[in-house]
Design a protein around this ligand. Structure first.
Ligand SMILES: O=C[C@H](O)[C@H](O)COP(=O)(O)O
Ligand SMILES: C=C(OP(=O)(O)O)C(=O)O
Ligand SMILES: [Mn+2]
Length: 445
């Protein structure tokens, strides 16, 4: 690596980095990041560029992005069954959505690397004992003991290994025929038992007819049975992201090879933050989460820093305002950005602005608030002259009870039945499919 590239790679070190673990053993951290630097990349520059082109299509209204997966992946749950269920859920949603939108869906998972979390509070207290907060399996353990809550750099290696094995399986599923349209359609038949099915019967039978028509005219399903599926996670642990950054031999540019797509969280998106400085140096498509206190100036500055050349697909803004704020705050932001002519992708995260504590004490969200924010997002972006480009949600393929409501009407009392997330509540399989059906009404224009 030449001196100039090396300087770029380390530029972030000159700026304040929030939400970083403080490791007791700095030497061990160095040994581990040195080791990571020698490991093969998890994703390849060519794939990353292909994703950027697909995101460019979303910015232009010719594709729509679906990102879904856990709030916090865990090492223990990075199993074949759980990964399959998540990928299956995303493929099922995407079939329904692409029918509704009559356009391709860009499929991304918060998967194969979503192992670290920013937290509102650095510490957690229970029964008079105060310990560091859980920051994701890549940092420390969830168990509430002194030992488990200490940040351990060896977990970064485990993150790499788990990401690699997850991605290997995802590649096998999505390239090996598992994503065949007919198969995905068959899975969707399970939704017929959902209490809300009658509301969506028309679209479900239209989709059924469309596929039968394709079969009748001899469509070559075999030639379209692989799908492109991209990995995404929050770029939070800068030592890890930096250690996974490689020079692309074709172009000499830096790519963070830990995932195809990286986003910067609401808590670390300050233009002068190490997180933004790190993202400036890499060629991956970047998302920035934006909450209700974002100003138009913030966005213009982020555009200057992260996409000064206006490369379509390079930058997305992921709005997470809350159902009560989205219509008030978003139109002004969209207007200001659209006036610059810079091609950003507007993506809705209807989860993070709608987190509440239920009466029974669970961190949860209401399905109705999530839908309300999605609706507000489509209206606000269109009203202000922008193009709604995608949705970013926390989901799992399992029948958990973490989000209240939906057609199966998960009640406050029912949350206790299968509340499994370690950080934020996720839509379960049925709630995710229901959201996909509901989205079709906003996607069809
Ligand atoms: O996933 C997002 C954040 O990490 C999470 O909402 C923060 O949660 P906390 O407020 O429980 O720390
Ligand atoms: C931490 C997250 O979101 P935000 O930065 O929007 O709070 C997340 O996506 O899990
Ligand atoms: Mn979350």
């Amino acid at each position: 690596m030449d001196a100039q590239t090396f300087a770029k790679l380390n530029e972030w070190r000159n700026y304040p980095a929030q939400q970083q673990p403080s490791y007791a053993d700095k030497r061990l951290l160095r040994e581990i990041t040195e080791d990571l630097r020698t490991r093969p990349p998890l994703v390849f520059a060519g794939e990353v560029d292909q994703l950027t082109r697909k995101l460019a299509a979303a910015a232009a209204g010719q594709a729509f992005v679906l990102t879904g997966g856990d709030c916090a992946e865990t090492f223990a749950d990075s199993t074949a069954d759980k990964i399959r269920a998540k990928v299956q859920t995303i493929l099922q949603m995407s079939l329904v959505m692409s029918y509704g939108a009559s356009m391709p869906i860009v499929k991304m998972g918060r998967i194969a690397g979503q192992y670290s979390k920013p937290r509102s509070a650095p510490q957690e207290s229970k029964d008079g004992i105060t310990l560091p907060s859980y920051r994701g399996d890549a940092v420390n353990g969830f168990a509430f003991t002194h030992q488990s809550r200490q940040p351990d750099p060896r977990r970064l290696l485990e993150m790499y290994q788990r990401s690699a094995t997850s991605l290997n399986l995802i590649r096998a599923f999505t390239q090996g025929g598992y994503a065949d349209l007919r198969q995905v359609h068959l899975w969707n038949q399970g939704f017929r038992n959902n209490p809300a099915f009658s509301k969506y019967e028309t679209i479900a039978s239209e989709l059924d007819r469309a596929l039968r028509f394709m079969t009748a005219v001899g469509a070559d399903f075999d030639s379209i049975k692989t799908v492109d599926f991209y990995s995404a996670h929050e770029s939070l642990l800068l030592e890890y992201e930096s250690a996974m950054t490689r020079v692309d031999s074709r172009t000499g540019k830096l790519y963070d090879t830990s995932a195809h797509y990286l986003w910067i969280g609401e808590r670390t998106r300050d233009p002068e933050s190490a997180h933004v400085k790190q993202a400036m140096q890499i060629a991956n498509p970047i998302g920035v989460k934006i909450g209700p206190n974002t100003s138009p100036q913030d966005l213009l500055r982020l555009i200057d820093l992260l996409n000064p050349e206006g490369v379509p697909g390079r930058l997305s803004f992921i709005t997470r305002m809350g159902v009560g704020n989205i219509r008030k705050v978003l139109p002004g932001l969209v207007k200001a950005v659209e006036e610059t002519g810079n091609p950003v992708v507007w993506i809705s995260d209807p989860m993070h602005g709608n987190t509440i504590t239920s009466v029974s004490g669970y961190k949860t969200r209401r399905f109705s608030d999530i839908l309300g924010e999605v609706e507000g997002f489509f209206q606000a972006v269109r009203e202000a002259g922008g193009i709604p480009g995608g949705i970013h949600i926390e989901l799992t393929g399992d029948d958990v009870t973490e989000v209240m409501g939906g057609s199966q009407d998960v009640s406050d009392d029912a949350l206790a039945e299968r509340y499994e997330t370690l950080v934020d509540p996720r839509l379960n399989h049925q709630q995710s499919l229901e959201l996909a059906f509901l989205l079709t009404q906003y996607l069809a224009v």
